[in-house]
Design a protein around this ligand. Sequence first.
Ligand code: SAH
Ligand code: SF4
Length: 362
Amino acid sequence: MHKGINIQNISDYKINLLDLNRKEIELFLASLGAKKFVTEQLMKWIYNYNCSNFDLMSNLKKDMRKKISEKSYVFASDFTEEKVSYDGTIKWITSIDKQKIETIYIPEKKRATLCVSSQIGCSLKCTFCATGQQGFNRNLKVSEIISQIWQANKKLKEKNNNIITNIVFMGMGEPLLNLNNVISAIKIILDKNGFGLSKRRITLSTSGIVPALDKLSKKIDVSLAISLHAPNDFIRNSIMPINKKYNIQSFLNSVSQYLKGSHANRGGVTVEYVMLSGINDSNKNAEELANILKKIPSKINLIPWNFFKNANFVCSSNNRINIFANILRKKGFNTTIRKNRGQDINAACGQLTGEIINRIKN
Ligand code: SAH
Ligand code: SF4
């Protein structure tokens, strides 16, 4: 069980409990001779009370606390920077091994969404995405994904802000390329003694790693969002290199399969479509899009493209986006236009760049 769990610089042999889901904590505690209910007590302290100090876990027996602390610790990397937008959006930065990852909090009237990162950078090089253009460094560990939520909860409690009601894997990185860690993190988010969110309130966004999506459908049910962004392979190949490996048809087939086994996606999959002037935003493109989605229960979310430095795109005009949306609506698609949040602090979609220091060439 301890294999592959890379420990922070606190100790050479201890386990960070934020790397473990319930089953793994159970196994760990069993190895120390603890009863099963200790798992629940421990998780409650860690996740409900944001407690990382075993001495404070008063309902755990003293000798058990000692045993646990000899073999493990609870460590959530703290945010190193915080930027608050005029619209209430908060961008938190965590520096890990001189790399930066970003976590965004988006409060709305009736909910508050936390957008988490799953990788440092991204290897997929979508041409319209700042993260993709930065390159890839490495996958985040389970504890590094979980730390973002743990620290955000802590900060929000201190600030008396709305608690997190939704979590989206839409920050830096492609979650399906860090599948095992993302699945383990989702298990902790779903767990009633973890963050306790329902599967409908967790959204995983993917650019279409087909074998990983097939695997995900056998492992976990969450809301799915797909970065489609083009109505045909010709356009998608030109802006999303991953399409040359897994084309639109194979991606949509895999999505259909996922939906068949899913309760979290009763309203259909969310289709993300970034609006790029002169590239994918014509009336014909809207018709094509409606056509390829005919058989897939879906809601379409049009995303005005967000500018980043050295990018060669222009966002479609509001008028164009509205016309595009109306064509889709006439065809019966529930279509929304995403509001841009936190643009003044570079927290909007595709503006997350971190700072990739050890970029891996691929
Ligand atoms: N890698 C995953 C998760 C990231 S989600 C994925 O691509 O789905 C981030 C969302 O923002 C994706 O839909 C992405 O395509 C979109 N995006 C990327 N760059 C953008 C930009 N500059 N403006 C608007 N949306 C962008
Ligand atoms: Fe990676 Fe998603 Fe950006 Fe594409 S859009 S480069 S898959 S983060």
